[in-house]
Design a protein around this ligand. Structure first.
Ligand code: ZN
Length: 468
């Protein structure tokens, strides 16, 4: 892949368009596979609770039975096998240890089932900053992708709909500083790839004009990129002249201030997706705004109210026998809502929107954990405008740096106000430095985070990379 990236980057634009379209051809066959898979599991969206519990317990007992016989790490639990059956599997599950990324990285081979030769590898990183390579069979991988696609299906996708993407696709080489066309259009699968890395006031207007011309049914992006694009368009007085069916986001939480500006510019509903590179859990937002778990990929403890909903969330795969993750600490705080009935008619288990990754707190000297949604308040309650992007970084115990991407005059105007409200949010426990920055740390994947806590054992990139 790296080699291809080199060839791609050194090619001229015409060749790059060709590559992306060839990729689109391959995508079309993947979409067909996803559609078939989704048709096959559609009935799980409306099972009654009893039916769901049965569905999950059968698969859980199969996975656990398989693991204690075939996975070195779980062989010491083989005595559990004699009592294991579908009806008591939730009890047996509780006897197995909770595992985290560190446990797996300490002895990765121990988590691989014996004799498996064919597998795919999904790389994730996150909570500890340590990359984790999860090996899985083709079905698990495909199912994970299909479930992410299901969100678009729920949002009324019809054959022929165009989708614009602003999700860190590295389609324009970074050596091109100011591209005339910060996008590549793939006609074969009707995708518009927008360059997340080249967003500026200039390119935003060009992108706006392109969108007005092509009128894609969906715009898919990271909340931070959608926010930057919307802010630039808004400031330039640019009018979006059609209404997309939906704005779709993933990979980062969507904060209220981001939602506000994106809605103002695109006048469209927003639907989120929560996914994991490990392909053990995913949740998609329905028209009612509810996040529904998938039922088929993994089991979140607490989703039925049978087991306790522990934090961070504990998840067990229902499909992956190559490297079965059991009671795996996903690293996100996931609050199950087992008694919630959604108006959309789907009975799938419900979770609260996943707001914070575990490391995304600021921790004050007295031990208070301040969540990003609380820190955001410092920006919105004063109606501070003209800030393209902000990032709060904690590198030391008693201080934070607040980077704001905005013009000089705006910066002078709001600096003190911002500092004052930041003081409030942190209960006057932190030294706060407000810094004007031309660029906010955007990771290689094109994502950025609102709150970065560098104190907690190093830090890397966000965990999941849905639909990329
Ligand atoms: Zn619903």
């Amino acid at each position: 892949m790296d080699r291809f990236k080199k060839i791609y980057d050194s090619s001229g634009r015409a060749l790059r368009v060709l590559y992306i379209n060839a990729f689109g051809l391959r995508n079309n066959s993947r979409y067909r596979q996803w559609e078939r898979l989704l048709d096959g599991i559609e009935y799980t969206e409306r099972l009654d609770r009893e039916g769901q519990i049965r569905f999950v317990q059968e698969r859980l007992s199969e996975i656990i039975g398989f693991a204690i016989n075939n996975v070195p790490y779980y062989k010491k639990f083989s005595s559990l096998g004699k009592d294991l059956n579908a009806s008591n599997v939730y009890k047996i599950l509780e006897e197995l240890p909770v595992i985290g990324k560190e446990d797996i990285n300490r002895e990765p081979e121990a988590f691989l089932s014996v004799g498996r030769r064919n597998y795919m590898t999904s790389k994730t990183s996150g909570t500890t900053g340590t990359p984790l390579y999860v090996r899985m069979d083709r079905y698990t991988f495909l199912l994970g992708d299909a479930l992410w696609w299901r969100r678009t299906r729920w949002a009324g996708f019809e054959k022929g709909d165009w989708i614009a993407r602003l999700v860190g696709d590295p389609i324009i080489p970074l050596r091109v500083k100011e591209p005339k066309k910060p996008w590549i259009i793939s006609g074969l699968d009707r995708r518009i790839y927008l360059s997340t890395f080249h967003l500026s006031r200039d390119t935003a207007v060009k992108i706006g004009e392109l969108l007005n011309r092509k009128r894609p049914a969906y715009i898919m992006g990271y909340p931070s990129s959608l926010e930057i694009l919307s802010n630039y368009l808004d400031e330039s007085g640019f009018e979006i002249q059609w209404r997309p069916k939906n704005i779709l986001f993933s990979s980062e939480p969507m904060y209220t201030h981001q939602e506000k500006i994106i809605r103002r510019v695109f006048k469209s509903d927003i639907r989120g997706l929560y996914g994991s590179g490990e392909k053990v859990i995913s949740a998609a937002q329905c028209a009612e705004g509810t996040y529904h778990l998938s039922l088929v990929d993994g089991y979140l403890e607490g989703q039925f109210g049978i087991m306790e909903n522990r934090q961070p969330g504990l998840v067990t795969t229902l499909t992956n026998k190559v490297m079965p993750l059991i009671r795996y600490e996903i690293g996100d705080v996931i609050k199950a809502e087992p008694s919630f009935n959604c108006g959309c008619g789907r009975t799938l288990p419900v979770i609260d929107p996943v707001i914070t990754k575990q490391e995304d707190w600021v921790i004050t000297p007295s031990g208070r954990k301040i969540a990003p949604s609380a820190i955001v308040w410092a920006f919105i309650h004063q109606d501070i405008r003209g800030i393209h992007k902000a990032q709060v970084v904690q590198e030391e115990a008693g201080s934070v740096k607040v980077y704001v991407n905005t013009g000089e005059s705006n910066f002078l105007k709001y600096k003190d106000v911002l500092k004052e409200s930041m003081n409030k949010v942190f209960f006057d426990e932190m030294d706060i430095e407000i810094i004007r920055a031309d660029r906010i740390d955007v990771k290689q994947s094109g994502k950025s985070r609102f709150v970065v806590n560098k104190l907690r054992r190093g830090f890397e990139d966000a965990a999941a990379d849905p639909e990329s």
